[in-house]
Design a protein around this ligand. Structure first.
Ligand SMILES: O=P(O)(O)O[C@@H]1C[C@H](O)[C@@H](CO)O1
Length: 298
């Protein structure tokens, strides 16, 4: 059996209670949800007509404990779309159950969100990915999930999705194509490429042997989040787009004296915040919501 604390005991009513509370506090009814990764919380600053709430005030929400994760839920308008932005996400390594780590995704679904944009900071294993680059996530390897640490473990809530959801194509191809087109139009095509993201549990960074194993397995970038949120989002029928800001080269050689730290991760986030903001903003502006017919819409 999955460890008891991983089994999702938040029944439908808990999600609904949180969604109802939020909808009583703001007039915004979001169509797009954005999860901001380490150092990427500034994405929320682009929202207009903001309503924002500290996670500590939101019933059922866990608390963010990681530097670079502000712990605020921000509602607002972005290029004509109503969005909700998580300034700070939850990680398994903080001690949150996977149920709590992914709790906001189902709340967003109940509020009417149709598309989830998930961002993270990640280390590069691929030779062609440098710190400061942006990887559009083509697919993920959910290592914790492969050994049963999965937010869908436990009784399935059929109101959200099937017992055995398919994960092939969970990163929407249409959104990925438009993102690559936007990168060209913004003149940052040289910084942006598609790749495979792997989630490890953390909070330690990888050993050299682990880095070499991941590289051998064909993983392009490694992080400590994102996969659980995407599994739950796919389960309940949200369209998903994900990107990784590459913040460091993962050390793969015993001759290499480099080492990674969280401060360095946050620094790259500050350096690249504008580019990430531009890309996400333009992608949202081109999203087709509720069958509006607009050019280049996806
Ligand atoms: O929250 P994300 O996945 O963006 O942040 C990565 C993983 C760890 O939380 C942190 C380590 O520096 O960066």
């Amino acid at each position: 059996d999955a460890p008891r604390d991983q089994i999702c005991l938040s029944c439908h009513d808990e999600y609904q209670k949180t969604a109802d509370w939020l909808m009583s506090q703001t007039k915004h009814r979001p169509q797009v949800a954005i999860i901001c990764g380490s150092g990427l919380g500034m994405l929320a600053d682009t929202l207009k007509c903001q309503d924002s709430f500290a996670y500590s005030d939101i019933p059922g929400f866990p608390q963010s404990t990681v530097q670079g994760h502000a712990g605020r839920l921000v509602f607002g308008e972005l290029k004509g779309k109503t969005c909700v932005c998580m300034q700070g996400r939850f990680h398994m390594y903080e001690g949150h159950s996977l149920c709590k780590t992914t709790f906001p995704v189902r709340v967003f679904k109940l509020m009417g969100v149709e598309t989830l944009i998930v961002t993270n900071a990640a280390g590069s294993l691929a030779d062609g990915l440098q710190p400061g680059d942006i990887m559009v996530i083509k697919d993920h390897v959910n290592f914790p999930g492969l050994v049963g640490l999965n937010p869908l473990c436990g009784p399935n809530d059929d109101k959200f999705g099937p017992r055995f959801p398919a994960m092939s194509g969970c990163y929407d191809k249409g959104l990925r194509c438009v993102a690559m087109e936007i990168a060209k139009q913004l003149g940052v095509a040289s910084l942006v490429q598609e790749g495979v993201y792997a989630m490890v549990g953390g909070p330690n960074f990888e050993s050299i042997a682990e880095a070499r194993l991941l590289h051998r397995l064909g993983v392009d970038a490694v992080g400590m989040s994102t996969a659980p949120e995407v599994v739950v989002a796919t389960h309940c029928g949200l369209r998903v787009f994900g990107l990784s800001l590459i913040t460091n080269k993962v050390v793969k050689s015993y001759e290499d004296s480099d080492s990674v730290n969280h401060e360095g991760v946050l620094e790259i986030g500050r350096l690249r915040s504008h580019t990430v903001q531009q890309l996400v903003t333009e992608l949202v502006s081109r999203m087709e919501i509720n069958n509006n017919n607009t050019n280049n819409a996806v």
